[in-house]
Ligand binder design. Structure first.
Ligand code: ADP
Ligand code: MG
Length: 588
């Protein structure tokens, strides 16, 4: 085929491929335009999952009659005029390609009346044919009515999901945009059903509650932090550990009002929950970051959900710290209260001591559903088989009764019986103690008589160099001895005391450092290595403990915070209260 210029239609269709993959993307572009136009009420109507029809009505500033043809022309925008503007972008849109792209893959009718104009105008785009503008009677504001989306690009149509799934995507998108725009009312109607109705409010907190579900209020903690030197402001609500979810859909990050997807910042939030929730879960969180727009590059991808930050490390650590501080201000004790499942008597597993390794109490951790998103998650969690001990802070005194199966400690306290996973508890104790010591100064280390020699590949040697400062803090002295070996000269006293195999430990450390699985943030990496050390140094399952050792472990349990969870967030302790026992034995 000879070289020739692409037709405008084809250019627009290709551009559409980047911006409008599916109905939810179209909805996003149209709703963002309405937001940029200063609307206070935005109404979205979908039919057939948005494929048959997707209409967005706003009461914003509207488009002057003469500018209607420009609005639907590619690369025409009222939002930026120069490259400098791009550096301080304050609007949701700016590329000026959305309307042109959508028109190229649908039949789009744009009706608008500018503020102050006596009447409005209408322009229709269908592929490469533009009709109008012609005068139209309409209220102030803009209506964009998109029909037969992707009718002319059957390939795209084929990859769309069922109507219900597309509608759900649109709903989630609106919820996300609504979170950062509390002063706008949002309505979503599908066919003749109203799926969403959010009333405008001046209170950002109220909007977050409306979206997450007001009954979640008691489970949410406010985060607030301001660093005026670095120009970083953070505000939001984060969930207590009890409302962490198996998917990431309940973690919402916003940067200067724009919903963003950012692996590093998501990691910062997860890290703040280290030891409080299982690593497979994601905390519920809605967090708004405000940064100087000049330090953010939003022009990375046409859909603009990814951003590039100029000081990503600083923002990472500020966000991490803000969430940690908010959580540590809280007495998390109340949140994980144990409650009997409603139909407890029918479905209870009786605790069977000695009948197996896992103890199931049959009680569910009480938690509220969040209708804002998918209540299914919450329902699945209601049937969680274990009940972690309620206290996430230091534990109340307990007296050991015995060790069972060489792995669990059965003890009694004022409330009833506690069953402790000895390895998990010891790991938590070690981790907390080590962390405290490291924060105070470097760990005590001891030189080895002869270096321990560990094999390493080139990547791992590089990794070793990268984590040099971290190892020094931990009292580990290790250096390359040849092209493929590392010599370990000194290690923390604690590892020797606990008979940890130094070669195995170093090999694991090198594997993580080389494979890049250690987090980039220094503090997070430190915690991860401490985690490894604690796991290796802790008593193992199957290790017999004498009465004194049992007592000592329980004594230490009272001294550390978050002792009811191991550093990975799994419970260390299960509780059967006297009340539970009495109920289960039918004593009342
Ligand atoms: P962009 O939003 O990147 O500028 P679009 O193609 O989405 O590009 O829109 C082109 C232009 O049309 C906008 O710059 C704006 O001036 C105008 N426009 C689009 N939608 C609306 C709306 N709902 N209300 C007012 N003006 C609008
Ligand atoms: Mg736009």
């Amino acid at each position: 085929m000879p070289i020739r210029p692409l037709s405008t239609l084809l250019i627009n269709q290709i551009a559409a491929g980047e911006v409008v993959e599916r109905p939810a993307n179209v909805a996003k572009e149209l709703v963002e335009n309405a937001i940029d136009a200063g609307a206070t009420r935005i109404e979205v109507l979908v039919e057939g999952g948005g494929r048959e029809r997707l209409r967005v009505v706003d009461n914003g500033g509207g488009i002057p009659f003469d500018e209607l043809p420009l609005a639907v022309a590619p690369h025409a925008t009222s939002k930026i005029g120069s490259l400098d503007d791009l550096d301080a972008i304050a609007t949701m849109g700016f590329r000026g390609e959305a309307l042109a792209s959508i028109g190229a893959v649908s039949r789009m009718i744009l009706t608008s009346r500018a503020a102050g104009a006596n009447e409005g105008g209408r322009i229709t785009v269908e592929g490469d044919s533009v009709t109008g503008p012609e005068p139209a009677g309409c209220p102030p504001g803009t209506t964009v009515d998109v029909r037969q989306l992707f009718a002319r690009t059957p390939a795209r149509r084929k990859f769309l999901k069922a109507d219900g799934a597309e509608t759900r995507r649109i709903r989630e998108l609106l919820l996300r945009l609504a979170l950062s725009h509390p002063t706008i009312s949002f309505v979503l109607v599908s066919g003749d059903r109203t799926l969403l109705e959010l009333t405008a409010t001046a209170e950002p907190r109220q909007r977050v509650l409306d979206v997450l579900g007001t009954e979640l209020e008691a489970e949410l903690v406010e985060v607030e932090s301001e660093d005026s030197d670095a120009c970083i402001g953070i505000w939001g609500l984060v969930g207590r550990p009890s409302v962490a979810r198996p998917t990431t859909r309940h973690l919402h990050l916003f940067l200067n009002g724009r919903p963003i997807v950012d692996r590093s910042l998501t990691h910062a939030v997860r890290e703040a929950y280290r030891g409080l929730i299982d690593p497979g879960r994601t905390p519920t969180a809605v967090l708004f970051l405000e940064l100087d727009p000049a330090r953010v590059d939003v022009n990375v991808h046409p859909t603009k959900t990814e951003v590039r930050l100029r000081d990503d490390r600083l923002v990472y650590s500020r966000l991490h710290r803000a969430v940690v501080e908010a959580l540590s201000d809280q007495d998390l004790t109340a949140s994980a209260s144990v409650s009997a499942a409603p139909d407890a008597s029918a479905s209870l597993h009786r605790p069977e001591f000695g009948a197996g390794r896992s103890v199931r109490t049959g009680f569910a951790v009480g938690m509220a559903a969040s209708p804002g998103f998918d209540a299914g998650d919450a329902r699945r969690e209601m049937s969680a088989p274990v009940s972690p001990a309620p206290s996430l802070l230091a534990a109340t005194p307990a007296t050991p009764v015995m060790q069972v199966h060489g792995s669990y400690i059965v003890a009694e306290d004022d409330d009833g019986v506690v069953i402790i996973d000895q390895h998990a508890l010891h790991e938590r104790i070690m981790f907390s103690t080590l962390l405290e010591r490291v924060l105070d100064g470097d760990l005590d280390s001891q030189r080895l008589l002869a270096p321990a020699v560990v094999e390493a590949d080139a990547e791992q040697l590089d990794g070793l160099e990268r984590i040099g400062p971290l190892l020094k803090k931990l009292g580990i002295e290790a250096e390359a001895m040849g092209p493929s070996t590392v010599g370990v000269h000194a290690v923390p006293v604690l590892l020797l005391e606990r008979n940890v195999d130094i070669v195995e430990f170093t090999a694991e450390l090198l594997a993580r450092a080389g494979g890049g699985s250690l987090p980039p943030d220094e503090e997070a990496a430190l915690q991860e290595v401490l985690d490894m050390m604690s796991c290796r140094a802790a008593v193992k399952a199957g290790e017999p403990l004498n009465a004194m050792e049992l007592a000592e472990l329980l004594r230490q349990r009272e001294l550390v915070e978050r002792s009811s969870r191991c550093p990975h967030g799994r419970p260390t302790t299960l509780r059967l209260s006297l009340e539970d026992l009495e109920k289960q034995f039918g004593r009342r």
